[in-house]
Design a protein around this ligand. Structure first.
Ligand SMILES: C[S@@+](CC[C@H](N)C(=O)[O-])C[C@H]1O[C@@H](n2cnc3c(N)ncnc32)[C@H](O)[C@@H]1O
Length: 220
């Protein structure tokens, strides 16, 4: 692994998580990344959530809280940061939630419940360091835990090539300098290439500066 993954997770202190929904899911998604949460991202999250679901990079648990009724089976939450796991599981308030504190850039431990019907990665890839070629290892690790007809899906903010607006450029510069983001060179094409290395069916669409992806049929 070329860079440390710690900075992309360490910023989520209890205080930051209190501000996260208003700042990121409210203001930034609307005005900087131009991909609204209630009308685009949340419906996309809900649409693909299956009965046995794994959410990777849970943040405050906003999506899980608003979509959890779609998952009839137990929910599994994976994050490198214990604050995020605590905040999301507390918000969910479901006794059947399983928590895994783990770096997604390294192979997952065996899962006692077996394969997942759906795995979500919302706003995780742009927090990881390196190029999308480096980040592709995440798909390698997760695909072995996906049921044969399961789906892996998510959303990620793309890099400089998407022509960010003035607010977006300011945030991109700040977050990349601090290591909160590692996405300056992330492109839709590179994301598609990485997904196609691991899955037979891949779809990536753009909303503002955000790539929404879904992939099925693990291979390789
Ligand atoms: C930007 S937040 C996204 C939260 C939520 N999915 C959303 O879209 O609102 C990124 C989350 O990914 C976690 N994270 C960052 N790097 C990680 C890594 N290497 N492995 C696992 N989780 C990581 C952070 O701790 C944080 O909870």
């Amino acid at each position: 692994m070329p860079h440390s993954t710690e900075k992309g997770a360490a910023v989520y202190s209890p205080l930051m998580l209190k501000l996260y929904d208003a700042w990121v899911l409210g203001l930034s998604n609307r005005f900087a990344w131009r991909c609204p949460t209630p009308t685009v991202l949340l419906p996309f999250f809900r649409q693909h959530m299956g009965p046995r679901h794994l959410d990777v990079g849970v943040g405050t648990g906003y999506y899980l809280r608003h979509a959890a009724s779609s998952a009839q089976g137990p929910l599994t939450l994976l994050d490198l940061n214990a604050n995020s796991l605590h905040a999301a599981s507390h918000r969910l308030g479901r006794a059947d939630t399983r928590l895994i504190q783990h770096d997604v850039m390294t192979p997952l431990p065996p899962q006692p419940e077996g394969a997942f019907d759906s795995i979500s990665l919302f706003y995780l890839l742009h927090c990881l360091p390196g190029t999308l070629m480096d980040k592709g290892v995440v798909f390698q690790h997760l695909k072995t835990h996906l049921a044969p007809d399961g789906v892996i899906y998510g959303a990620t903010i793309l890099g400089d090539s998407t022509n960010h607006n003035a607010l977006g450029r300011k945030l991109m510069a700040l977050y990349n300098r601090k290591g909160i983001f590692g996405n300056r060179n992330d492109t839709q094409q590179a994301l598609e290439q990485q997904l196609c290395l691991h899955f037979r069916e891949v779809q990536v669409v753009l909303c503002g500066k955000v790539a929404l992806f879904q992939a099925r049929g693990a291979q390789g």
